[in-house]
Ligand binder design. Sequence first.
Ligand SMILES: *[C@@H]1O[C@H](CO)[C@@H](O)[C@H](O)[C@H]1NC(C)=O
Ligand SMILES: *[C@@H]1O[C@H](CO)[C@@H](O)[C@H](O)[C@H]1NC(C)=O
Ligand SMILES: *[C@@H]1O[C@H](CO)[C@@H](O)[C@H](O)[C@H]1NC(C)=O
Ligand SMILES: *[C@@H]1O[C@H](CO)[C@@H](O)[C@H](O)[C@H]1NC(C)=O
Length: 410
Amino acid sequence: MNKTIVIAALAAFLPLVWSQCLTRNDTARLSADKLYYGQRKFSVSLLDALQKARPNESLFFSPHSTYRALLLAYFGAKGETEKSLKKTLHLDWANSKADVSHAYELEKLARANRREHQTVEFNSVDKLYFSKQVELKDCLKQMFNESIEILNFATEPEEARDQINKFVEEVTKDNIKDLLPPGSISHDTNVVLANAAFFKGNWASKFDKEDTQKKIFYEHSRMPVYVDMMRQRGHFNYGVIEELNTVFLEMPYKGEDGSISMYIFLPVFTVNAIDEFLEKVTPEMLDEVFSGGLQREVDIEFPKISFERKFELVPILKHMGVGDLFESGANLTDFSEKQSLKFDDAVHQAKIEIDEEGSVAAAATAIFSFRSSRPTEPAQFICNHPFMFLIHDQKSKEILFAGVYRGPNE
Ligand SMILES: *[C@@H]1O[C@H](CO)[C@@H](O)[C@H](O)[C@H]1NC(C)=O
Ligand SMILES: *[C@@H]1O[C@H](CO)[C@@H](O)[C@H](O)[C@H]1NC(C)=O
Ligand SMILES: *[C@@H]1O[C@H](CO)[C@@H](O)[C@H](O)[C@H]1NC(C)=O
Ligand SMILES: *[C@@H]1O[C@H](CO)[C@@H](O)[C@H](O)[C@H]1NC(C)=O
């Protein structure tokens, strides 16, 4: 069956289920696109907040995974907690929570349908874990049915933690292990919201292993270091963001619709170039990049990369305005009216590996153009100093993963 038909048929059916618990505003034009639009704005704020929390360090994280976990919290929040999450997640387009849940369901269906048709692997799974003692609202049970798991936190907290970590390991194909460290789940835990995401793609134009050489990378604060530098000449989408003194390049992954790409942003090298870039980049500039650039011949040099990062999200999310979500007065009465639920902690862990063949990226979250005329010489895109990179889904216009590479030692 053609994918458009599947989505349309299910979209027509879903409101019937919801009408029992949520009144949907049918006059509002709903679509998953609005969720992605909010997610892009959230991505740039998250990058800024992480960069401030970890200055002078290479970063890698998944805006997608963080956004999904917070979206789960939004569905259970009411009152002030709901308001601050709505703002942080840029859900201002929605008239009601029902509008957001509609978009969320459509997005899930669209992604499941695409998975069957693409050679690039991207999987993202949400889970809501509740303690046996929590009496969930029927509405929530209907909406998240198969994503809900009931665990015995009160009597077997370590087993519950194991089970959540196993879910993350499974979705991320063993790339993210021990997301929740020993002791992080206690007898008092009554809710854990989680997302795990995995991406694997091969370059549409691979690098030849024989061309990889040890070459110098100029880290910001140290002596130059040697890295394994991959090299190729090919035709790529290339452009300039003049305001930011930055050139960008799109390296597509192989896929039937060529819809997922890595974008690399390389500011002209000065001492603080990458920091100035990160400070000034806006969602609007990224939107222009995703629809701009020009195909041209380029000589690329790009280092092989492999690193992992773990973030304590609470201070970062507080900085981004999630307000009282992590305080004892948080209003989560849309999960359960009987028990008072609360969140104390949130972690995010992400891993990236880029080599001649392609990339593997995994992440999990738990809550707890200036157009130049074509020159005859190939352009050069030599990533031998700090740069930013994104894995971008061209179809949904969603930023799946993002990173800043400052060198192997930073
Ligand atoms: C429904 O959405 C429309 C358009 O955004 C708005 O004007 C109207 O007030 C909303 N109605 C309710 C009941 O929320
Ligand atoms: C980051 O590096 C700059 C320049 O080397 C230095 O001035 C600054 O103190 C560093 N910041 C931190 C938090 O280490
Ligand atoms: C949660 O918010 C709702 C809607 O504003 C309010 O009626 C309710 O009293 C709040 N509950 C708690 C526990 O704060
Ligand atoms: C999900 O739906 C099935 C069938 O309607 C039901 O038996 C099950 O209890 C539901 N699960 C939850 C967590 O509500």
